[in-house]
Design a protein around this ligand. Structure first.
Ligand code: ZN
Length: 295
């Protein structure tokens, strides 16, 4: 019974404080995970301001975003260019890799990709990927073996651009099983490892789920003999939710679950079935998310 654990790192603060805290936590519990880093400018403050719509405000209040991300997130990149995360915090990334965790690319500019990916040309998408890939590979002296698009905003054009990089797999969508995506009737070489479980910010504050019963809810969603992939955020579970996540690990392990990097699940999967990526609205999230569709 395995849980593929994916850590998304979106911000400067999440990299600086959340990643080392999570590395210590995983060390304490003797397991490895997959880390997906954002390495370009931290413009996530711009992200929050741009999304000042009623739904998003409710979500901010519901999940206490300033409490999760820290007060400076509100201003990151709004009045001046955000700090380049990879340049300033390369040591954190190197330490993570040296601890034996799986290295993945999340983004160059998380805000830009999440907000604009569906409007970018293929060349612009390629450039974003290349800048992130080159910086991460330069920092670690090795290529990232996997990637995960910000905010699950995956399109078929993105998959085609990713195919130009040596990723073994990508984790760009929500779904239930590992699959090989098909674009323009062609199966792609890079397989998809969908996220099967909800994130903290998607469910807390809705349908009676609070910090007090979030772990019960999550444990109840685990499925033996099926794919289980969980995304946590360095900004949340590596910060305000660290104790809560520690409790989740303890309880999951007591039930016989083991935490592994997503790459381990890929190795065990063999040749996966074909599937497609489609864009759909998703509970607890703004706009659309990429979802798995079986063929
Ligand atoms: Zn992210």
């Amino acid at each position: 019974m395995k849980i593929g654990l994916r850590v998304d790192v979106d911000t400067f603060r999440g990299t600086k404080k959340g990643v080392p805290a999570l590395c210590r936590l995983f060390e304490k519990h003797h397991f490895k995970a997959s880390f997906f880093f954002s390495v370009g400018p931290d413009n996530m403050g711009r992200h929050l301001w741009r999304l000042l719509k009623p739904d998003f405000l409710i979500k901010m209040l519901r999940t206490n975003a300033a409490g999760l991300y820290g007060p400076e997130i509100i201003f990151m990149g709004t009045a001046w260019p955000g700090p380049q995360i990879g340049k300033r915090l390369s040591k954190v990334i190197i330490d993570t890799v040296n601890d034996g965790h799986e290295l993945g690319l999340h983004a160059w500019d998380h805000h830009r990709e999440q907000a604009k990916i569906s409007k970018m040309s293929s060349a612009q998408i390629y450039l974003e990927l290349q800048k992130g890939f080159d910086m991460l590979a330069g920092i670690c002296d090795r290529s990232p073996t996997c990637s995960a698009v910000p905010g699950w905003r995956c399109t078929e054009s993105l998959l085609l651009e990713k195919a130009k990089f040596p990723f073994i797999y990508n984790s760009d969508c929500r779904g239930t099983s590992i699959f090989r995506p098909v674009v323009n009737d062609e199966p792609l070489e890079q397989i998809q490892v969908p996220v099967t479980l909800p994130t903290y910010d998607e469910v807390v504050g809705r349908n009676g789920i609070t910090d007090a019963n979030f772990n019960d809810h999550l444990l109840g969603l685990l499925r033996p003999n099926e794919l289980n992939v969980l995304t946590i955020h360095a900004e949340a579970e590596g910060g305000k939710c660290l104790e809560m996540f520690n409790d989740f690990i303890v309880r999951a392990k007591a039930q016989g679950w083991e935490f592994v990097p997503l790459g381990d699940l890929v190795q065990a999967a063999g040749e996966p079935p074909l599937g497609k990526i489609v864009q759909k609205p998703f509970p607890g999230r703004e706009g659309w998310l990429a979802c798995q569709e079986t063929l």
